[in-house]
Design a protein around this ligand. Structure first.
Ligand SMILES: C[S@@+](CC[C@H](N)C(=O)[O-])C[C@H]1O[C@@H](n2cnc3c(N)ncnc32)[C@H](O)[C@@H]1O
Length: 415
């Protein structure tokens, strides 16, 4: 045990290089078989300490500015996530044009507009008419703000549009924009607090409402259509692939069985079904966790979120000017994986059509060019990924806003 304990307590920096957490846990398990209770406890503590080191490796080092964030909390209670970090991403740029693909309550947008007096064109998109209306009012307020002496130099547009149509949105505003490109684009994915807190939208596990979950209320597909009429295999597939839910098979069976009694029509009924499968105890591993996965799966399917995101990332990159930056905040691993892989694909893609794409192994660089938040970069022909690892919120922000806990920020810059 002494040797194993020594291994477990090896100084942390040695673990940082090529640390393999699975191998570490296997060693821990072997050690547990042989050791006394006290040793196991020590080893577990070491594992927890390492977990926290691993998590911190991508944690933002930007000082959390609670005062700044408070200025941009919306009336509906939405707190813009990683606001300081987003401002830092664009702070080195001469930002003449900026597109917020997910304007929501316009928290990020307002702060970016105020931080860049050189801004000449702002475009905010949202697919939700309620968000769009709120955003428009908020942007008007910022435009009329007396402290912005040059407000009249700025043309601002808020459009009710899906971000997958970003190119046509830009074309609608100014044909030349697609040729010149825009200097900054932001995507803050997922739902806003206004959407989650409105039970009628059906996004919340904790508030009873209709099984809707549409970001765009004009769209035809609702969550209840999937639950009550999609083929059984398809229901299972989305629970498995979009919810990453291990218990998908028994949930699938129960959902389809519920059709015999008239189907599921409220989020409360769906939550009851989940509770009957995973037990009524809440907490991390209880029904809340399962229900959250089931709701995530349905939301992704209803709004075709993954395909829409992937297409939009390519489109947004095409819309950037040379040196322009695209920043994306994602909130679950499926989204983050798409952002990561699409960025890698983008920077190595051939320009032009028809040629076979050639993948060039990315070259790693520690060159941060003085930007503290961008520690490790990956360079490619068409662009540079400024966040080899995603940046995650500070502990202080997590304490203030639980919703930000799973947030991951990735940034790409066009060559
Ligand atoms: C997390 S909120 C953004 C909050 C915003 N950054 C703020 O500071 O207030 C995400 C917003 O993106 C919108 N949204 C989600 N998918 C979208 C899509 N495909 N196209 C356009 N907007 C979308 C949602 O309606 C929601 O208002």
């Amino acid at each position: 045990m002494a040797a194993t304990a020594k291994l477990l307590y090896r100084p942390l920096p040695l673990f940082r290089a090529n640390f393999n957490s699975n191998r570490f846990r296997r060693t821990l398990a072997q050690c547990s078989n042989r050791s006394r209770k006290a040793d196991i406890k020590k080893a577990r503590a070491a594992s927890a300490a390492l977990d926290s080191v691993l998590k911190r490796r991508t944690r933002s080092e930007t000082e959390f500015d609670g005062e700044l964030v408070r200025q941009y909390v919306s009336e509906g209670g939405h707190i813009p996530v990683m606001l300081g970090e987003v401002l830092e991403v664009f702070s080195r740029l001469t930002l003449r044009s900026f597109v917020d693909c997910t304007v929501g309550a316009a928290g990020h947008s307002s702060a970016v507009i105020r931080a860049h007096s050189e801004l000449q064109l702002y475009i905010g998109l949202d697919v939700d008419p309620v968000a769009h209306e709120k955003a428009q009012a908020q942007i008007d307020t910022v435009m009329n703000d007396d402290s912005r002496s040059r407000a009249s130099d700025l043309r601002a547009y808020t459009l009710l549009k899906n971000f997958k149509d970003v190119k046509s949105a830009l074309h609608e505003v100014d044909r030349k924009l697609l040729d010149d490109g825009v200097d900054g684009i932001l995507m803050d994915l997922g739902v806003s607090s206004m959407q989650v807190n409105n039970a009628k939208r059906g996004f919340s596990v904790l508030n009873d409402g209709p099984l809707d979950m549409r970001m765009n209320p004009q769209a035809s597909l609702k969550a209840e259509d999937i639950l009550n009429s999609w083929p059984e295999d398809e229901v299972g597939r989305i629970l498995r692939e979009y919810g990453e839910e291990s218990n998908w098979r028994s949930l699938q069976t129960k959902i389809v069985k519920a059709r015999l009694g008239g189907g599921l029509h409220s989020t409360g009924e769906l939550v009851n079904l989940v509770q009957s499968t995973s037990g009524r105890s809440g907490g991390r591993q209880g029904w809340i966790k399962t229900a959250t996965r089931v709701f995530q799966a349905l939301r992704i399917a209803v709004n075709d979120e993954l395909k829409t995101l992937e297409d939009a990332l390519y489109a947004c990159f095409d819309c950037l000017s040379s040196g322009g930056r695209l920043a994306v905040i994602s909130f679950h691993s499926l989204e983050d994986r798409i952002v990561k892989q699409t960025f890698l694909d983008i920077i190595n893609k051939e320009d032009g059509n028809g040629d076979e794409e050639r993948f060039q192994s990315p070259k790693d660089s520690n060159d941060s060019e003085g930007e503290a938040w961008s520690k490790h970069r990956i360079g490619g022909r068409r662009g540079t990924i400024l966040t080899k690892r995603p940046v995650t919120p500070t502990e202080e922000e997590e304490r203030l806003n639980r919703r930000c806990r799973s947030g991951k920020l990735r940034v790409i810059q066009k060559t």
